[in-house]
Design a protein around this ligand. Sequence first.
Ligand code: PNS
Length: 170
Amino acid sequence: MQADPQIAIYPGSFDPLTLGHDDIVRRALKLADGVLIAVAERATHAKQPMFPIDERVRMIEEVYADEPAIRVVPFSGLLVNFAREQGARLIVRGLRAVSDFEYEFQMALMNRSLWPEIEIIFMAPATSYTFLSSSLVREVASLGGDVSEFVPPTVLGCLVDRFGPDVAGL
Ligand code: PNS
């Protein structure tokens, strides 16, 4: 008998998606048959997002347009409810440094209290991305700094539209 495909949910606000996120997506694909990128309308600790949810989803869909094993779905409400609806029991989160650990561990244990069938795995990104975050990309781009090394070309295009050519080092 064939087992059901294992789908890993990779949740986040992705405001915007960075190459650090992309690194985790590709690592998760080695463990699961597919990765569902779950784009939170609003993150628990964040203020108003820079990119509206539709734009974040569209950008990420474009980044993975040629990758059938990667799906992008927006969600609001509890992550575990969304995971249950999607029939996925595995959540993947990236851990960049010890400073991420406390918040991530709390969320993992809360999510598991809410739905004991969920498993959460933490993945370490490539060393070169351990300092990278969406919030730093937002800040550097909004001040006209070059972020071309840190985001996929589609995302860079959206940042150029918003903040001008300096963010692409042009
Ligand atoms: O990219 P982020 O901001 O680190 O992602 C945080 C996210 C979206 C994974 C987290 O805020 C979340 O799961 N939000 C959905 C609401 C929820 O389930 N909250 C309880 C978490 S224990």
